[in-house]
Design a binder for this molecule. Structure first.
Ligand SMILES: [Zn+2]
Length: 511
């Protein structure tokens, strides 16, 4: 959900409740465990020869929580940047962005001479003199102010408990924008290790991010707790379940095996081998997706939430690997109905197809979307900066409509997955951002239909989706109570063809 009226850059945030400060229990047990470390690497003169590789050394320091970063990078335009994404609802960072966490910045040239820098708003700093080809830098990132505020943006900025420090890398790494690979070495206390979505290298705790974007748009977890790796479909998920009861942790492996298998079966390999998943203690429900990682939390522990709630959240955030990071809309605001709505629908399908829930759960999800979508006051395209539950549900219903229409038009030979694969091809495997014309071309390649008319009525304008008739096509009946409550039931008189379409909908791809 976009919580800032002027987001600087897109975030794949999925939050269901208003943010509130972390409870005191999230702030205890943390101070004494970050012991003093080896002294930070001093700023060294870099090679005079520019290199396409940036190097970083990250030192976890003592309490209060401060992380020291040193590094070298080639220079492009005399600027040292820090990611200018929205830094959560953190008042001290509202105007200065992530720069508000940085202390004691020192920049030197290849000869070790200090270079003066001037602040450049939330974008970072400018060198006050002519640019060298390579620069070295050292700074401290002070997360203690976030701790004092009770970790106000645990998924979007940082969070820690007694054994883990979860960091959004955009708060940690400054860059020049001129490097390709970024080589990161973490210097940690004995018993600690780094968990990242990047390939490991030598020496230990060293990783190579393929690009600056992949470096900063990800999560890093520094931990002394056991980490559980779930390997499925050639994909390794590093699971960090903080403050989570064993019963809930035990659900993660079968859940991830099911969800990742489903998503890979639908759209193929995600194109990376490692993924970091941080499940934070109950704070406020929601998730934040990054290029190869996500942070999520539930509203409360599962004694009051069914396992399906966690499963759907995980399935949703993981599908953003494909829909949001691989498939990217050319215009952010007007494509959120697709990014969030279709991701939510695929998550619902993944759960229904997993056998972890029954068909009634899927029906109740559709009914929830019908009720919630009614609250959308704009067209799907015209949300401006509003991105809440009504948009997610309205987008999910469009996905359901297309799924059914495609299946009906092709007698069940094709489905929404075929359309999504066609869109991947249409965009040259995500190399080009999509617009409606790309969706239309992908739809037309998948099944016949007047897709332009659908778009004009239900996406561009604000006509109500014909959900009742569409449900009837797959043998389901929509019943609305006088108070507006919606129930969806199986129609016992449905035709065999309708029943086949419904059972096909709930069958995993490839089965
Ligand atoms: Zn989302």
């Amino acid at each position: 959900m976009l919580r800032s009226p002027t987001p600087r850059r897109r975030l794949l945030t999925h939050s269901r409740t208003p943010r509130h400060p972390a409870p005191p229990c999230a702030r205890i047990l943390v101070l004494a465990l970050f012991v003093a470390l080896a002294a930070p690497t001093p700023v060294r003169a870099a090679s005079a020869k520019a290199s396409a590789v940036a190097t970083y050394h990250v030192h976890l320091t003592s309490d209060p929580l401060r992380v020291t970063v040193t590094g070298t990078a080639p220079v492009a335009d005399g600027a040292l940047r820090i990611d200018d994404s929205w830094p959560g609802d953190i008042p001290p960072l509202e105007s200065v962005g992530w720069c508000g966490l940085v202390r004691h910045l020192r920049v030197t040239n290849a000869h070790g001479d200090s270079l003066a820098v001037t602040a450049n708003g939330p974008r970072g700093w400018k060198l006050a003199q002519s640019s060298p080809t390579t620069l070295s830098f050292a700074y401290e990132v002070d997360y203690s102010q976030l701790e004092r505020l009770g970790w106000p943006a645990p998924r979007e900025a940082a969070y820690r408990d007694s054994a883990n420090l979860v960091l959004a890398a955009r708060s940690l790494f400054a860059s020049t924008g001129a490097s390709g690979e970024c080589r990161v070495t973490f210097h940690l206390p004995p018993g600690w290790r780094a968990s990242t979505p990047w390939p490991a290298a030598k020496p230990p705790n060293t990783f190579v991010a393929p690009s600056t974007r992949d470096l900063v748009e990800n999560l890093v977890v520094l931990t002394r707790a056991p980490r559980e790796d779930v390997v499925v479909a050639g994909f390794r998920v590093h699971v960090h379940a903080l403050g989570t009861p064993p019963a809930l942790r035990a659900q993660m492996r079968p859940l991830l095996e099911s969800v990742v298998s489903h998503h890979v079966g639908l759209l193929g390999s995600p194109g990376r081998s490692d993924y970091v998943l941080a499940l934070l203690p109950p704070l406020d429900g929601g998730g934040e997706s990054y290029r190869g990682s996500f942070a999520a939390s539930l509203d409360s522990l599962p004694d009051s939430q069914s396992p399906a709630t966690l499963g759907n959240l995980v399935a949703h955030e993981m599908f953003h690997l494909w829909n949001g990071w691989k498939l990217v809309g050319a215009d952010y605001a007007s494509t959120q109905w697709f990014q969030e709505g279709f991701t939510e629908y695929v998550a619902n399908l993944a759960m229904a197809r997993s056998g972890r829930v029954d068909a009634d759960w899927f029906r109740s999800k559709l009914a929830y979307h019908v009720e919630t979508a009614r609250q959308l006051t704009t067209s799907l395209e015209d949300i401006g900066t509003r991105k809440g539950r009504p948009l997610y549900s309205a987008g999910a219903l469009v996905a359901f409509e297309w799924d059914v229409r495609i299946r009906q038009a092709t007698q069940g030979r094709h489905d929404l997955g075929g359309f999504l694969r066609a869109l991947v091809r249409q965009t040259n495997r995500g190399a080009r951002a999509y617009a409606w014309a790309d969706m239309r071309a992908a739809l037309e390649a998948t099944a016949p239909g007047d897709w332009e008319a659908f778009y004009l009525a239900f996406v561009h304008a604000k006509a109500s989706l014909p959900i009742g008739p569409t449900l009837a096509v797959v043998g389901q009946t929509l019943i609305e109570a006088p108070d507006g409550h919606v129930i969806i039931l199986a129609d016992t008189a449905a035709t065999p063809a309708a029943k086949r379409l419904w059972s096909g909908l709930l069958r995993s791809p490839g089965n």
